[in-house]
Structures are given as C-alpha cells and as structure tokens.
Design a protein around this ligand. Structure first.
Ligand code: FES
Length: 109
C-alpha cells in the first residue's frame, strides 16, 4: 500500500478526505498544496524549513506523530493561534502509520 487516507479541514471549515502517497517523501503541507486546499501563497511560504508557520495545523486524531524538532518547537512558540495540538504540516511526513490522520488548517496569520 502506498496511499493513505487523510482528513483535512480547510480554513473555511470544509472537510476533505484525500489520498496521500507515502512513497514520494511528501509532507502534509505539500499534500495540502497539491490538492489546493489553501490559496497559493498562504501555506508553505518557507518551503518546508520550519521557518514560517504558514503550514500550522491542529491534529485532531490520536496518531503517534514524530517528535517535534527544536526548530518546529521554536517556530510554534512564536506563531499565532497555537493550540496544544498544533504542529507544522511541513514537518509531518506521510507514512503508513498516519493512515486516517485528521487535521485542521490553522487560520492564516
Ligand atoms: S512551510 Fe514554513 S513552517 Fe512549514
């Protein structure tokens, strides 16, 4: 199996269930961009370097996610609208363990 299902709620509150490949080294921010679930220029601004927080999302399922790096932790400490379940989408890589992941895009800041 190389595709997993992910539920993504966009910034308008619309739920999208999408297929995400696990064999293309993609991260969640890139999945959101590839399905055009957020307007161009509002997500992934730093290109996935954990330096902009435009890809912030709230993780609403109880999947075991990889631990935050110091860079991600530091970026979220400065970002707006941060909640306990905030993560940077660009730091979440698509793996089979994440099948059924449910996330919500944080508001644009
Ligand atoms: S794309 Fe900039 S922090 Fe994720």
């Amino acid at each position: 199996m190389s595709d997993i299902k992910i539920k993504i709620t966009d910034r308008e509150g619309v739920l999208h269930e999408v297929d995400a490949p696990t064999d293309m080294n993609m991260n969640l921010m890139e999945i959101v961009r590839s399905y055009e679930l957020a307007p161009e220029g509002t997500i992934g601004i730093c290109g996935g370097m954990a330096m902009c927080a435009s890809c912030q999302c709230y993780v609403n399922s109880s999947h075991d996610l990889p631990e935050m790096s110091d860079d991600e932790d530091a970026m979220l400490a400065e970002a707006f609208y941060v909640k306990d379940n905030s993560r940077l989408g660009c730091q979440i890589h698509m793996t089979e363990d994440l099948n059924g992941l449910e996330v919500e895009l944080a508001p644009e800041s």
